[in-house]
Write a new protein. Structure first.
Lengths: 241, 467
């Protein structure tokens, strides 16, 4: 790498080199931290899909953090030896769409070598985002779902843009729930998949139209009550067994 | 002897902060309710809200299991004038049950988010309790007499053989053991798509508001099938969502004014006379960001977790992750006072973000005279700030350090450097022991502290009156 090569030369410019070296190291450790913060945030956003109902405030705050990081990463997209204190500021000239950033990363995925996080910091923002893939994900012990058998097949669901995340916060898709729960070991697994399975099957006419209205009209309408009554009945039976 | 954070001993004249605490200690250790269809993984008896009523005679707590427990202060005994009334359990009832939203395939937790007492208008007490979606009005009545001497029924209530009735008697009311009856009078359902975080009763005693992440609704206490939406910050495109409502409250005296706080650290004072939809604020209270302290966590730690008007109505108290701030309603530019609750956490924000503690929502409270403010922290610590003397104290709510009638010992967190014997280092703080909910008696120096599933009630016996 650039830094190491210089070190070995060891002639005359030592002081400058070391100063630059220190600067490089600080900046790259900052990038490391920033990257790890980004990864952590994305995992948190994914994780909150699996809970009771995602805490909207928390999701919004995490999403804003992700946006800030991505903004900053595009601002100083090309690596440069900036003074460490300048790296802390995030000039907000332009709000970059997160979707574009995420998409760019996914498109580059094929071209991007599987990086260990220790190196590769001379690359641009796109490859900075590459490590967001499964290389990072399994490291988070709290998300048992993400202890994937095959990182490949779940990668698609992992890379949701913030937009999609917020959309799904609004209208829960039962089939997406099944996919998320496929690896979960929790005691609620059986009940939940059974219930969502039931939902998939037991979604007759009167309720169909309501699904699209779910965000606007809180609560089920009267026409659903007979179907809900049936569901109630079935759930009671399940619970008793 | 009481010492402040700075290690300076208080002069004896400040003995009121000796806070000789008579401890009434109530702990709830109910077992996890097995067999419930959607039983929460964590114990159902974690206290989720604490609220004194307007006289302070009653103290209500709500928990994660949807139960409400009301404590009543015993009247002072003439025999023992020094033992001021202590609180005993008055009533327990199940307010909310877990529900399932079939359309979204999601649980609706039964956890009680907030309880607010209605001003007492007759012999009965009323309170509002809410979970994420539904608000309920409960009426609490006492029965201490029952009629005896019916003509047609006997003592057990069975019909008498009419041939045995030879004379008529007038039933008389005889005293009986006190029975507290609680009944749900109103259920305000289907008003909220998002999770309700606050409720607040208007000073007109007829209306109240409920706020969720994106909307605030105005209800009439007698009408359950209709509510008016008065604030709506939901963007047309949910992708554009960057800010949510975190708390709201009506002004204590002006029935047209209310405030709501946001996740970006701003407060909006709204006047309902201005328009039906109060999306446009009358006043916006926001402190400019300190550029030297800016980090990726700046926004998160600026999110206001609680807002409370002072009793006087002149000030507002807000809590964000690291500070409590006092705002003057007449000054929007910045708070008039800022107190550091646990600034030693500033360098730990990344870890606190990782373990989600950074999202903890601490509440704050005024004392009755608005001279002292209180808020909770970690390690079962809670903090009090005297606005006049600028002194502050850290106390701990735990069984080990609190015996009955013992003085609460002030605690200190050391951040490296000189460490005294009883100091706790930042790294030994227990972040699972958080005091999120605290309440202060409206007139006296009595505080209620919820520490996970334990309720502590501390009374200042030296100086029971507010100063």
């Amino acid at each position: 790498m650039f830094a190491r090569g210089l070190k070995r030369k060891c002639v005359g410019h030592e002081e400058d080199v070391e100063g630059a070296l220190a600067g490089l190291k600080t900046v790259s450790s900052y990038s490391l931290q920033r990257q790890s913060l980004l990864d952590m945030s994305l995992v948190k956003l994914q994780l909150c899909h699996m809970l009771v109902e995602p805490n909207l405030c928390r999701s919004v705050l995490i999403a804003n953090t992700v946006r800030q990081i991505q903004e900053e990463m595009t601002q100083d997209g090309t690596w440069r030896a900036v003074a460490p204190q300048a790296a802390g500021r995030a000039p907000l000239d332009r709000l970059v769409s997160t979707e574009i950033l995420c998409r760019a990363a996914w498109e580059q995925e094929g071209a991007c070598p599987a990086p260990g996080l220790g190196d590769g910091h001379t690359q641009g923002p796109v490859s900075d985002l590459c490590p967001v893939t499964s290389a990072q994900a399994p490291r988070h012990p709290q998300s048992s779902v993400w202890e994937m058998d095959g990182p490949r097949e779940n990668r698609g669901s992992f890379h949701k843009s913030l937009d999609q995340i917020f959309e799904t916060l609004e209208t829960k898709n039962p089939s997406c729930m099944e996919e998320l729960f496929s690896d979960v070991d929790s005691p609620y697994y059986d009940l939940d998949t059974v219930l969502t399975g039931m939902m998939g099957g037991a979604r007759p006419g009167p309720c169909e139209g309501l699904e699209g209205l779910a965000p606007a009209t809180p609560g089920p309408s009267a026409s659903c009550k007979s179907d809900l009554g049936e569901l109630d009945h079935v759930v009671e039976i399940l619970v008793e067994t | 002897m009481l010492v402040t954070e700075g290690g300076v001993p208080l002069v004896p004249t400040c003995k009121k902060w000796g806070l000789e605490m008579g401890l009434s200690f109530f702990s709830k250790h109910l077992p996890i309710q097995e067999g419930q269809p959607w039983a929460s993984k964590t114990p159902a008896d974690i206290i989720s809200t604490v609220e004194f009523n307007h006289t302070g005679e009653l103290l209500a707590t709500g928990d994660k299991g949807g139960r409400v427990v009301i404590f009543q202060r015993e009247p002072e005994s003439k025999n023992a004038p020094h033992s001021q009334g202590e609180y005993d359990v008055y009533s327990t009832f199940q307010s909310h049950e877990p529900e399932f939203d079939y359309l979204k395939s999601l649980e609706i937790e039964e956890k009680i988010n907030k309880i607010k007492w209605l001003p007492q208008q007759n012999a009965a007490h009323s309170l509002l309790s809410t979970n994420d979606k539904t608000i309920k009005l409960w009426k609490i009545t006492e029965r201490d007499k029952r009629p005896e001497g019916y003509n047609l029924k006997d003592e057990e209530g069975k019909l008498k053989d009419l041939s045995t009735v030879t004379s008529l008697q007038v039933p008389v009311l005889k005293p009986m053991d006190l029975m507290v009856e609680v009944s749900p009078r109103r259920i305000f359902a289907n008003g909220h798509t998002y999770h309700i975080n606050s409720i607040s009763v208007n000073s007109d005693c007829e209306t109240y508001m409920s706020a969720d992440d994106l909307r605030i609704n105005l209800w009439h206490l007698a009408i359950t099938d209709r509510s008016f939406n008065i604030v709506d910050i939901k963007p047309a495109n949910m992708e554009d969502l960057t800010e949510v409502i975190t708390a709201s409250e009506f002004h204590p005296h002006h029935c047209n004014l209310f405030v709501y706080s946001s996740s970006k650290g701003s407060l909006r004072l709204c006047d309902m006379r201005a328009a039906a939809l109060c999306d446009k604020h009358s006043k916006l209270f926001e402190e400019p960001e300190d550029p030297s302290n800016r980090s990726f966590f700046s926004e998160i730690i600026s999110s206001v977790s609680d807002v409370k008007f002072s009793h006087s109505g002149r000030y507002m108290l807000t809590r964000d992750y690291l500070t409590v701030k006092v705002w003057d309603l007449n000054m929007e530019a910045r708070p008039i006072e800022t107190y550091q609750v646990h600034d030693y956490l500033r360098s730990k924000l990344c870890s606190l973000y990782e373990n989600d503690c950074i999202f903890d929502k601490f509440e704050c409270a005024w004392n009755g005279s608005d001279s002292v403010i209180m808020t909770g922290a970690y390690n079962n610590f809670f903090r009090m700030f005297d606005r006049n003397t600028k002194r502050d104290v850290t106390l701990e709510a735990s069984r080990e350090s609190s015996k009955p009638r013992a003085v609460l010992k002030p605690r200190r967190v050391c951040v490296g450097g000189k460490r005294r014997r009883d100091d706790i280092s930042v790294d030994s703080l227990d972040f699972t022991k958080k005091i999120l909910h605290t309440a202060w008696h409206p007139a006296e120096n009595i505080i209620a502290i919820a520490a996970t599933n334990n309720l502590y009630i501390f009374q200042d016996k030296v100086n029971s009156d507010m100063h």
